[in-house]
Design a protein. Structure first.
Length: 283
């Protein structure tokens, strides 16, 4: 392997690890909200076969296994690292018999996924090059009357009070504004209204629900780590367009050894919104 390929492989592995940590913290901090979505789904009968598309490290997989105790889940992701982590967690929880992992790039050829009663796609549809094609494909594989649940972030989580940090109030909002400009160009499907897309793909929308998350995090160490990981990822997308003073203020927050570290703050919260669409297959 050439040095360049070694470096790229290391970078991909590190990115996977960083993303895995964010997904785990997301699951820990937002557990009750994910459970409430599973409980809300308008299923006509408890599903037996579930597909979790873009499963990550298994946040949705485990919520669904818990909520539907008779179900088996096929967990699909492009990251071998995420799938390995999911298998380890399933093993540790005594759920290995009820989970099958499938590595696949859903922008390429789709693997054989059976005839699920429920397909769960959380924060994964907007990553696809052609989400409309993916929706049509899901409609083809769902059992008659089967349900698709699309869960999307209506906005990135916010953690700091508006007047923080003291020397650069409003820093977090300016970071997000810069990130939104980047996403408008590079991830055009993020924040889309999936209702019309679902209808166009032959589904009948059976319900839509907005979920507001507002968790006081001052006493919760997981919230601090979640904020740190999220703002680190945010920095990667905004470093080139942020004012120098904002970038240095952000770096002081991200310096875990420094006096201004976000981990030292006692005024953090998690504020975000998610939207879930439930749609029945037309077949």
């Amino acid at each position: 392997m050439s040095h360049t390929h070694q470096t790229e492989a290391h970078h991909d592995h590190q990115h996977d690890r960083d993303q895995a940590e964010i997904l785990e913290l997301d699951a820990e901090v937002l557990a009750e909200h994910i459970e409430s979505i599973a409980a809300w789904l308008p299923v006509t009968a408890p599903p037996r076969e579930i597909v979790d598309l873009g499963c990550g490290t298994g946040t949705g997989t485990f919520a669904l296994l818990d909520h539907f105790p008779e179900a088996h889940v096929t967990a699909v992701d492009s990251s071998p690292g995420h799938l390995q982590r999911l298998r380890e967690k399933a093993q540790a929880a005594g759920l290995a018999e009820r989970v099958r992992t499938v590595r696949a790039d859903l922008d390429a050829a789709w693997p054989e996924l059976g005839t699920p009663d429920l397909v769960w796609a959380s924060a994964s549809m907007h990553h696809m090059v052609d989400p409309d094609r993916a929706l049509r494909r899901i409609n083809e594989i769902l059992a008659p009357g089967g349900l698709l649940a699309v869960v999307e972030l209506a906005g990135f989580p916010r953690f700091l009070p508006e007047n923080a940090p003291e020397e650069r109030p409003g820093l977090e909002e300016r970071c997000h504004a810069a990130k939104e400009r980047f996403h408008a160009e590079h991830v055009p499907h993020r924040g889309a209204d999936w209702g019309p897309k679902l209808t166009a793909a032959g589904f009948t929308v059976a319900g839509e629900r907005g979920i507001t998350v507002d968790i006081e995090g001052s006493r919760d160490e997981a919230v601090g780590r979640y904020a740190l990981g999220s703002l680190r990822r945010l920095r990667g997308g905004v470093a080139e367009t942020l004012a120098a003073e904002d970038l240095s203020a952000l770096d002081r927050l991200l310096d875990t050894e420094g006096p201004d570290s976000i981990l030292r703050r006692d005024d953090l919260a998690v504020r975000t919104e998610r939207t879930v669409w439930a749609a029945r297959s037309g077949s």
